[in-house]
Design a protein around this ligand. Structure first.
Ligand code: CDP
Ligand code: MG
Length: 678
């Protein structure tokens, strides 16, 4: 392994302000999309490493009830295996479910496979993700998020519709996939016991602890698919980097200047805002007419990016241009990006962390695991030898944990436990988990559900009527609680709006170079009561102009996210109709909305201490208001928030001003207990 001082040299390069040659505007580059025909796709597919293994694979799968399949990213597991099974008739006219941890992956792969099969999306091949089901009774290959299959299992615990469940990207160990392992394994056993048709389980990944998985699935056999992997040079940073975002930009610009064009770069960062900022900075740098940079196409890639924009990364790079893709860990294994020669790995990932002692669930930027780092590295050697620049030292790398800790051991479990209870599984502690969640985390989640009124503990833990209603919504139980609580406050119409808007990424659109204008345009929506009412104002104005696109543009509102929110609202409304909730509007009496929010988020309250510094009521943690909040300048005495995000400070996001008395009224037991504890 080589250790190169590339960051040292480059820091100097970035700060040099010389004018080299005559100024010349950078060329604008556009990507054109050429749709391959089905025959061309077939030719491409035949070259996939999985193709020669088809016969043997099918033969093996025929003989067993559960199998584990390992093969390099891009070898064809996700797109080809379901088609092989279908074409061979092994699905026995039932449906094949393929789960994905990410909705983007489920959608884009379903699109790809329906194209390969020459069928209309939503017919033989379809997908089902939260708030969007593009499939029908006739669908035989159904890509779904793990969360959706889990939800479906609460209605049909034996998963009778399916002959195959393929648990893909198993190494990611999302909470939903982990719970599905147990649920699907249980369904397979019970079907066998009842003499029902067999349910076959395939567990797939590019990398995983094979022994652990095989053992868990009753010694299931493991099939290794030959992959193509070219040698990759790994270059570590010679010293620790204090600002990984800056270092990443420097590394990209150095590669851009030194490496021949036509060799693309993939950069791993942690989240949407950071990625957008990096993308704009890079575009600005290459636009600099005083320097003669070769043309560069810079594409962001993260889960919340509109699908159309995501598809740009798969389009071939024109000659004489370099493509740079700035992505989250989504590009580690679940999507395959062609033509990557260089990987720039910051070693960072945004992960959900839950502290059962404080009851706090938050997003935190932290180091990846060694196995993640190797997956990132692997992206550079798919089609030819490549190079991976690690923006951390080799000593730092040695400190990384070997594998990623399963999400189930580090996040709030209330949502999953609610679903397990709805499945009729009350003995959570003895559920067949591959890795058990910490007992404190289970207790903390049960406690939260009891406080929300969803669960009662008598001889055994069980759902209340309210709990069953909460489980009907595909939402965090706290958000569902707020919707159910709205009937008391006659504000269900408004609450549906607020909850739907909280379920999409930001409704505000802030172009990098028009920040001030966007900020000024936004002022008219700002409510002194907080972000929830600001969101409501935006939605009311949006509906007032019937969702006019021009209006959205002028007001810097993200039209697409607003549309999505409207669709989500419609679906949540249907669930409310089903539950016979009264649809009432509170009109201008918006205080009740904030009161109602307290019924779901009483554990997320914070009090002002001094100069903008708050302390959370639950655990006395020091927090501040996120700069994007409408209360950022106002600093009220007492607030509730929807989430905490830890970066340089711990920020509260999506806040409302509340009266401490409302909090007490919402959860007297909780606050009495807090008082005694203090
Ligand atoms: O699942 P695995 O990582 O083994 O591979 P896959 O997702 O089945 O992808 C197989 C090949 O299909 C990749 O190498 C891509 O070239 C191609 N593909 C694509 O072009 N567009 C997609 N949306 C998905 C896959
Ligand atoms: Mg795959």
């Amino acid at each position: 392994m080589l250790i190169v001082a590339f960051l040292f040299r480059e820091t100097r390069m970035m700060s040099t302000k010389g004018v080299l040659g005559s100024p010349k505007p950078a060329k604008r580059v556009k990507l054109t999309s050429v749709e391959p025909t089905r025959d061309e796709l077939l030719e491409e597919r035949k070259k996939l490493p999985i193709f020669p293994a088809k016969g043997k694979l099918l033969q093996n799968v025929q003989q067993v009830s559960t199998a584990i399949i390992i093969g390099e990213t891009g070898c064809g597991k996700t797109t080809q295996i379901p088609q092989f099974l279908y074409k061979a008739g092994m699905h026995r006219n039932h449906t094949i479910a393929i789960t994905q941890p990410r909705r983007v992956a489920a959608i884009s792969i379903a699109e790809r496979v329906s194209k390969e099969m020459g069928t209309e999306l939503g017919q033989t091949v379809g997908y089902c993700v939260r708030f969007e089901d593009v499939s029908c009774q006739a669908t035989k290959i159904r890509f779904m998020t793990d969360g959706m299959l889990l939800r479906e299992s609460t209605l049909d615990p034996l998963l009778k519709r399916y002959s195959f469940v393929i648990l893909d990207e198993a190494h990611e160990r999302t909470v939903h996939t982990d719970v599905l392992f147990g649920v699907v394994k249980g369904a397979q056993k019970r079907r066998r016991a009842k003499g029902l048709p067999q349910l076959k389980i395939l567990v797939m990944s590019a990398t995983m602890d094979v022994d652990q998985f095989s053992q868990y699935f009753d010694c299931a056999p493991v099939f290794y698919l030959e992959g193509r992997q070219y040698p990759i040079q790994v270059k570590y940073s010679v010293q620790s980097q204090s600002d990984y975002l800056f270092s990443a930009l420097v590394a990209v610009m150095q590669i851009h200047q030194e490496a021949p064009l036509g060799q693309d770069i993939l950069v791993f960062l942690t989240g949407q805002e950071e990625i957008e900022s990096a993308v704009h900075t890079l575009r600005d740098i290459v636009k600099d007419v005083t320097k003669q940079y070769a043309p560069m196409i810079v594409c962001p890639m993260y889960a919340a990016l509109p699908t159309g924009q995501q598809m740009r990364i798969f389009q071939p790079t024109p000659g004489g241009v370099r493509k740079v893709i700035v992505a989250t860990n989504i590009a580690e294994t679940s999507v395959t990006i062609p033509n990557i020669k260089f990987v720039v790995d910051t070693g960072m990932v945004k992960a959900k962390i839950f502290n059962p002692n404080s009851g706090l669930d938050m997003l935190k930027v932290c180091w990846v695991s060694k196995s993640q780092a190797w997956q990132r590295t692997g992206r550079a050697g798919r089609e030819a030898p490549g190079t991976c620049y690690r923006l951390y030292t080799e000593e730092e790398f040695e400190q990384f944990s070997t594998n990623t800790i399963p999400e189930i051991q580090r996040c709030n479990l209330s949502s999953v436990i609610l679903q397990l209870l709805a499945l009729g599984i009350s003995d959570i502690v003895h559920f067949d988990f591959m890795d058990k969640p910490r007992p404190e985390a289970i207790l903390a989640a049960l406690d939260q559900l009891v406080l929300l009124g969803a669960v009662e503990k008598q001889e055994k833990v069980q759902l209340t009527l309210l709990g069953r209603q909460l489980a009907a919504f595909p939402l965090d139980p706290r958000l569902s609680r707020v919707l159910l609580g709205a009937k008391e406050f006659d504000c269900l119409e408004e609450m549906l709006t607020v909850v739907s808007l909280l379920s999409v990424e930001s409704v505000f659109h802030t172009p990098y170079n028009k920040r001030d204008t966007a900020h000024a345009a936004r002022q008219k929506f700002i409510s002194s009561e907080g972000d929830h009412l600001t969101l409501l104002n935006v939605y009311r104005a949006y509906k007032g102009v019937k969702g006019d696109k021009q209006w959205c543009q002028e007001n810097f509102i993200n039209a697409r996210n607003m549309q999505t929110a409207s669709q989500i609202r419609k679906q949540l409304r249907e669930i409310c109709v089903h539950l016979q909730l009264p649809f009432k509007s509170c009109g201008q009496n918006t205080g009740v909305i904030r009161k109602c929010l307290c019924h779901g988020f009483f554990t997320n309250a914070a009090e002002l201490q001094h100069e903008g510094v708050y302390k959370t009521v639950a655990s006395k943690k020091t927090v501040v208001i996120h700069p994007s909040s409408s209360l950022f300048m106002r600093k009220p005495g007492c607030v509730i928030y929807n989430e905490l995000v830890q970066t340089s400070k711990c920020y509260m996001r999506n806040l409302s001003v509340v009266d401490p008395q409302w909090l007490y009224e919402a959860a007297p037991t909780y606050f009495k207990r807090k008082k005694t504890a203090n």
